[in-house]
Design a binder for this molecule. Structure first.
Ligand SMILES: NC(=O)c1ccc[n+]([C@@H]2O[C@H](COP(=O)([O-])OP(=O)(O)OC[C@H]3O[C@@H](n4cnc5c(N)ncnc54)[C@H](O)[C@@H]3O)[C@@H](O)[C@H]2O)c1
Length: 172
């Protein structure tokens, strides 16, 4: 699995930056936020960041933006990266729902900065999960995306693919 379709949940500072780097890596992104207008604001910020990068020789902003589609809720994808508020109850409920909606082979990842990934994995019914850490991204595509200390609940057999994805999307 190459994680061609990525669901990013939470379109705040981190989610917007993560959506941008994933789209810039050539993948399709579905971006979901519960607050009306949040996805539009994130797309605006992404556009400004991509324009600045284009001035310095980066790729075509419109091509990257065209790969980000607003979503009305959780949708099926190869990978979910959750970047909602740092609240264990909110994140746990999100993982419970994601477990029902995303395919069994999908990877559920969290950008949490303090909640143990095992707490989130326990809200799912996916067996054989391990946590994986993304350290600091090397690519520095935007201020928002330079600082995630993300973790993921990854089926053991998928760890190498997850690492390859994180590298190719400049998430580490
Ligand atoms: N900001 C940082 O520097 C930083 C660094 C590392 C990790 N983190 C972590 O990243 C995560 C996001 O942080 P942020 O700074 O982007 O927060 P933020 O407040 O900017 O954005 C959070 C977004 O999540 C949305 N949201 C809340 N509940 C939701 C739900 N159930 N479904 C969908 N969307 C929902 C909110 O509307 C908001 O737009 C947190 O877990 C935080 O601890 C943040």
């Amino acid at each position: 699995m190459n994680f061609e379709h990525v669901l990013v949940v939470g379109a705040g500072q981190m989610g917007g930056g993560i959506a941008q780097v994933v789209a810039a890596s050539g993948r399709r992104v579905a971006l979901y936020d519960t607050v009306p207008g949040a996805v539009d604001r994130a797309l605006g910020a992404m556009g400004r960041s991509l324009e600045k990068r284009a001035e310095k020789g980066g790729g075509d902003p419109s091509e990257t933006l065209a790969r980000v589609a607003p979503a009305d809720g959780l949708v099926a994808a190869d990978l979910m990266i959750e970047a909602v508020v740092e609240d264990a109850e909110v994140k746990t409920e999100l993982f419970r729902k994601a477990d029902q909606i995303l395919p069994r082979e999908a990877i559920l990842a969290s950008n949490t900065s303090s909640i143990p990934i095992t707490t989130l994995a326990a809200a799912t019914t996916r067996p054989d999960t391990k946590s994986a850490a993304i350290e600091s991204p090397a690519g520095k595509p935007s201020a928002a995306a330079t600082r995630p200390a993300s973790t993921a609940s990854v089926p053991a057999k998928s760890l190498p693919k997850w690492s390859a994805f994180a590298r190719s999307a400049s998430l580490r």
